[in-house]
Design a protein around this ligand. Structure first.
Ligand SMILES: O=P(O)(O)OC[C@H]1O[C@](O)(CO)[C@@H](O)[C@@H]1O
Ligand SMILES: [Mn+2]
Length: 450
């Protein structure tokens, strides 16, 4: 067990140290597969690099591949984690974090892939992939995961069409809807956004994992798989934040969405955001994305813009109408997109106030923050061996810039806030319930009401 087990009442971090655990299998099998795919992708783009940068492009391709092969070897042979050598604004912070891990682990053994916290080493792998490209300037902007992300959008076009058509139906008579009807739509769109999180490309090690059918049709049959559903509490938080605005409307001021994956999941988030604004539940939406390619399918600024442009250009009346509307929201400031280096660092969110105080202050300005996906849940709860019955609040360890809600399908061995016996029952019925992506939670915490 990790040395941080001794921290007062805080359980140890998930780690590949536990042979056979999901963390162990991820590091042993899934991460090397992802690295191999990254190498293949760079190699397949060799001609493109040559056309764009001539001989320098070919050299960069070779050099990046050699750095990535070295990385794969370090991982597979459990070598010590190395300091970063590039010069991004977050390089020092990563290197300090390595020292912090070393202090926590003690001097007896190095921080390494199979011995250190899974959350830390998994994040570190994506930062090292980025370093391999950064150190080879002509191709440093190349997003090794771009193909999978754009494919995720195109392959889910049927599902995108049905979702945008559904939204058009709501928006058509939104003024006439009662509070109850608004709640019903809100709840449905939260669930669509929740199940959109099934489509990440990290759990499948980059294999196709796309939404082919309309998500709306399956919501009812998926209800039993939502282990914690705090939608009503989220709704109450939104309603209690309603204030009269200059526009003459009564709305909450701001909802922030901490995005996860591009492709279909991003569309579900945009549709939810559209509904929040068009229904007058919120005046503004702030999206938070990643500043470097991350966990295979996570949204970067480029993916965000690409998705909206793609929606605009789709030959389907309601999808293109959505795209045009979303572009307008961005132009007129009702929506905005931010990235912050903290989202691509390995910290647990309970460290945010101390280690990224500017971001913490930003989030404090929201009436509600929605955290999408599994990795955000791992960071919210510190990716630790908590008992299932420990409250979400306890696992957050003081993190609470604003009322917050996690929308997450379970893809890692961690789940808090369950009823006594619920976890044991699930384990006996379906031993892989925490990692299959079949189950989900809509879990809320309001720091203001504690
Ligand atoms: O896109 P998400 O939902 O954050 O999931 C990322 C996935 O990557 C993992 O970190 C595993 O590699 C899992 O925790 C999770 O399945
Ligand atoms: Mn993701």
């Amino acid at each position: 067990m990790a040395a941080d087990q001794t921290m007062h009442g805080v359980p140890p971090s998930l780690s590949a140290r536990v042979v056979g655990s999901f963390a162990y299998l991820t590091i042993r099998d899934r991460l090397p597969t992802i690295l191999t795919k990254v190498v293949d992708t760079i190699h397949r783009n060799k001609n493109k690099f040559f056309e764009e940068y001539g001989e320098a492009g070919i050299q960069a391709e070779k050099q990046a591949i050699s750095l990535l092969s070295k990385l794969r070897n370090e991982l597979q042979t459990d070598k010590p984690v190395l300091a970063l050598t590039d010069c991004l604004p977050d390089t020092d912070s990563w290197n300090q974090y390595l020292e912090r891990q070393q202090r926590l682990q003690g001097d007896q053994e190095s921080v390494s892939w199979f011995k250190s916290p899974w959350l830390y080493v998994e994040c570190y792998m994506y930062r090292r992939i980025h370093e391999a490209l950064l150190l080879n300037p002509p191709i440093s902007d190349f997003d090794v995961f771009n193909e999978g992300k754009t494919q995720g959008f195109t392959e889910s076009s049927q599902a995108v069409m049905s979702l945008c058509t559904y939204l058009e139906g709501i928006n058509n008579n939104i003024e006439e809807l009662s509070k109850n009807q608004l709640f019903e739509h809100f709840s449905k769109l939260m669930q669509v956004s929740l199940w959109g999180n099934k489509c990440d490309l990290s759990i499948s090690a980059g294999q196709e994992n796309f939404q082919k059918t309309s998500p709306l049709d399956s919501l009812y049959s998926l209800l039993p798989f939502i282990l914690v559903d705090d939608t009503k509490r989220v709704w109450s938080a939104l309603i209690s934040a309603q204030r009269p605005r200059e526009s003459g409307k009564t709305t909450a001021d701001r909802v922030d969405i901490v995005l996860d994956n591009a492709g279909f999941e991003l569309v579900t988030d945009l549709v939810l955001a559209d509904f929040l604004v068009s229904s007058g539940l919120a005046r503004q939406i702030h999206f938070h994305g990643k500043s470097i390619p991350w966990f295979v399918s996570d949204v970067t600024a480029k993916d965000f813009q690409w998705t909206i442009r793609q929606a605009m250009a789709t030959n389907h009346k309601w999808v293109s109408k959505c795209g045009v509307q979303w572009q307008r929201y961005l132009k007129e400031g009702m929506w905005c997109y931010h990235d912050h280096p903290f989202w691509t660092q390995p910290h647990e969110f309970c460290d945010m106030a101390a280690d990224a105080p500017d971001l913490y202050t930003t989030l404090q300005g929201a009436d509600l923050v929605l955290f999408k996906g599994d990795l955000n849940y791992r960071k919210l709860t510190g990716d630790r061996y908590w008992e299932h019955t420990v409250s979400f609040e306890t696992a957050l360890r003081g993190f609470g810039p604003a009322p917050l809600c996690s929308l997450r399908t379970l893809k890692a061995n961690i789940q808090v806030g369950l009823q006594p016996g619920q976890g044991e029952k699930l384990t006996s019925q379906d031993p892989s319930w925490m990692t299959s992506g079949k189950y989900a939670v809509i879990q809320f915490h309001n720091p203001k009401s504690e």
